[in-house]
Design a protein around this ligand. Structure first.
Ligand code: ADP
Ligand code: MG
Length: 698
């Protein structure tokens, strides 16, 4: 059997070395096998011929059989165009070209029967088709054409006539040449069990489906395979890690935990908090290393869960640590946790970059000797001189700010890796979590503590500022604080800083009686922390800022979040910003300011924000509107997954289904040595050769 994965595309009939070079560069398609896996993005039904009198302006594509009656050239220089009057006897349409005019003039003849194909547009009662495809009419060809594939190519390729039609012909020639079945990539038992197409039939039908039903079946088979192998890799990886990596045992629920529960806990835990704690408890008595992602909306009470997990560690003679992304957050954690554990005889310390060396030395010594039970800190925690006596549990707050590499450094602090609890308030849609964090177990706090008033989100246009300021004034007069956030993106940095500065000056003018502070990323760390502190302490009434405040700052007294140019923020970001308010007992507001002109997707984003406070719903919508490529986690996860046909949003049910399939297989045959699974092992090896990095978490 010819190995198409080793066959250079230059040997595909019709391609040759020069074109091959361009295709490799532009599409990253190098081998005949990759060409066969370069699937069309759509098919158009070309079995039907329309009459001109049937056409209206709403048809995406039309195919007409007729003749060119006359040509005409109009315009000069760059605006020159060629038009042709085309008729099928039921009416006339105009064909239009802006390029290759001389070529078209000589290539197409008057009064010859052509089949033209293109997108019709209706203007002033006349129908025109710009740059139509034209073939000499041939009834045999027509019946063969059926669903015609359309392939993406680049502008550069199109200029060299390497267009969709070219790819179509190359694929057709290749499939014609290799009549023998293409190599199967799923075990035959699985194909039978799932009643799926063979690989050969699926690939051929993806390009040239005999009918829409076959196309759907082919797509299913290809999607299935894409998602299945991603999950098989993840499941096997995590299964193996669980087998080989041991975890510390915390068998005791001891004095500290129990006393905390009985005496210190100021309110009952929510059901969700209890459930997550039980999930953690199961992990830490399993003998395996816990790797758990704790997702919970802002204000859902993750810190408390983290603390109680650390108390489990302490009861069993281990130390715990919690790592926060900023110094402010770390000191807020210290404050909250110190209050919570008052009187329990537990030593909690803070270690950040700004702690002076004399204090630092003492701290490090106590840590080494095990006198400190819980250490709270920033990145400073993973620096080399920080040595723990016996670190049993690491909590990482606001996970997405920590790179994979930083996380893995913590592993090295012990011979046996500590249990890991990663907390995030950026909800990751379930389907994405299953892919990105497929080897992390996921816990979800889906319930806010009782008595919270839901944040009211309102959409205002820029020109409604005056009335908005009146409400802001009232809020501040009754003792509340207000955030005003400006967008800041690299591409537009200069302009954005100008807007921020102007906004700051403007606010100071509008509210001369109040204290206004400003925070942005260009400030020195100390300056920034000082300004933040001014707001945290309540001295400043209004904070004008960029998104630096997105992460976890807790000012329960702040009740209004105003987002300037809200149309420029993504959904996840807006939700994070909104989470900065609504932390106290008062009714809180989030005001989204936008201009009048909004695109359709922007309007959808803003509407969704005003309609729901549910972070998961927002995350799902975010994934749908933007696709997974932009999601923050993706770049940092280190995973490259390349989905050609499947989609994490649309195919979430299938994803879940194949994950369970993968789990069932790995449970029976963890090393994939059974003869009937041979093809799985072979395919996994091939995929891992394609540089997919799965060992991202440890
Ligand atoms: P986040 O999940 O955003 O980190 P926090 O842990 O900061 O949330 O909790 C937000 C606030 O809710 C804190 O003031 C915390 O003390 C309080 N809280 C946590 N759990 C409960 C509960 N079960 N009942 C009432 N208040 C709670
Ligand atoms: Mg928090």
């Amino acid at each position: 059997m010819a190995d198409l994965s080793k066959l250079d595309i230059m040997y595909v009939p019709g391609i040759g070395p020069k074109r091959a070079e361009m295709i490799k560069k532009e599409l990253e398609v190098y081998t005949a096998e990759q060409l066969l896996n370069y699937f069309p993005y759509k098919h158009v039904d070309r079995s039907r011929i329309y009459y001109i009198h049937e056409i209206d302006g709403n048809m995406p594509f039309i195919q007409i059989k007729g003749k060119i009656v006359s040509f005409a050239e109009q315009g000069e220089g760059r605006s020159k165009r060629l038009t042709a009057n085309f008729t099928d006897g039921t009416g006339f349409i105009e064909l239009v070209w802006f390029q290759k005019i001389n070529y078209i003039r000589t290539a197409y003849k008057l009064n010859t029967e052509y089949l033209i194909f293109g997108r019709p547009s209706l203007f002033a009662n006349s129908i025109s088709v710009v740059h139509p495809e034209i073939d000499v009419y041939n009834p045999e060809l027509l019946s063969m054409q059926g669903l015609q594939p359309y392939y993406n190519t680049t502008e550069k390729m199109k200029r060299s006539y390497l267009n969709s039609r070219f790819i179509q012909n190359a694929v057709a020639a290749l499939l014609q040449l290799y009549q023998e079945p293409l190599r199967e990539t799923l075990p035959s038992w699985l194909i039978r069990e799932e009643k799926m197409m063979s690989k050969d039939e699926a690939v051929r039908s993806m390009h040239f489906p005999p009918n829409p039903d076959q196309l759907r079946k082919a797509e299913y088979r290809i999607k299935y395979e894409e998602l299945f192998y991603i999950q098989l890799q993840i499941v096997r990886y995590s299964f193996n890690r669980q087998r080989t990596v041991k975890g510390f045992l915390f068998p005791v629920i001891g004095e500290v935990f129990n006393r905390f529960y009985a005496n210190n806990l100021p309110f009952p835990l929510t059901e969700a908090q209890k459930r997550v704690l039980r999930e953690i408890r199961v992990d830490v008595i399993s003998g395996k290393q816990m790797n758990r992602l704790l997702q919970g909306d802002v204000g859902s009470g993750k810190t408390l869960v983290a603390l109680m997990s650390m108390l489990m560690a302490v009861d069993n003679g281990f130390q715990g640590c919690i790592m926060a992304p900023t110094e402010i957050l770390a000191s807020q954690h210290l404050e909250t946790i110190s209050q919570f554990i008052y009187g329990l005889g537990i030593k909690v310390e803070l270690l950040t970059g700004s702690i002076r060396s004399s204090k630092r030395e003492k701290l490090l010594k106590e840590l080494r000797e095990g006198d400190i039970h819980i250490l709270i800190g920033t990145h400073a925690l993973i620096e080399d001189p920080v040595v723990f006596h016996n670190l049993g549990l690491v909590v990482i707050d606001e996970q997405h700010r920590f790179g994979v590499e930083q996380r893995s450094k913590l592993w090295l602090k012990n011979n046996c890796p500590p249990h890991i609890l990663v907390m995030t308030a950026t909800p990751i849609p379930r389907t994405l979590a299953m892919t990105l964090y497929g080897d992390l177990d996921v816990s979800i706090i889906d319930e806010l503590p009782p008595g919270r008033k839901p944040i009211l989100t309102l959409h205002h246009y820029d020109n409604q500022r005056a009335s908005l300021y009146a409400s802001v004034r009232k809020q501040i007069q009754s003792g509340r604080q207000v955030y005003i956030v400006y967008p800041l993106i690299k591409e537009n940095e200069k302009m954005d800083y100008k807007n921020l500065e102007e906004g700051y000056e403007h606010i100071k003018e509008v509210f001369p009686e109040f204290t206004v502070c400003m925070v942005h990323g260009k400030m020195k760390n100390a300056e920034k922390e000082a300004a933040m502190q001014e707001f945290v302490s309540g001295k400043a009434n209004i904070m004008v800022a960029t998104t630096v405040i997105e992460v976890g700052v807790n000012v329960p007294n702040a009740s209004v979040m105003i987002v300037e140019s809200a149309e420029r923020f993504g959904l996840a970001q807006l939700h994070q910003l909104r989470g900065r308010v609504g932390r106290g007992a008062d009714q809180s507001f989030c005001i989204l300011l936008t201009s009048f002109k909004l695109s359709e997707t922007t309007r959808q984003r803003i509407d969704l924000m005003t309609r729901t406070n549910d972070g998961f719903e927002i995350a799902e919508a975010d994934l749908r509107l933007r696709g997974p490529g932009d999601l923050e986690g993706t770049q940092q996860s280190g995973i490259a997954f390349d989905l050609k046909v499947a989609s994490l949003t649309r195919d979430s049910e299938l994803l879940e289904y194949v994950r369970n399939k993968a789990i069932a297989i790995i449970e029976q045959d963890p090393d994939l040595t059974f003869i009937q699974n041979e093809i799985l092992a072979w395919q996994l090896k091939r995929l891992s050769r394609d540089k997919i990095e799965w060992g991202f978490i440890s």
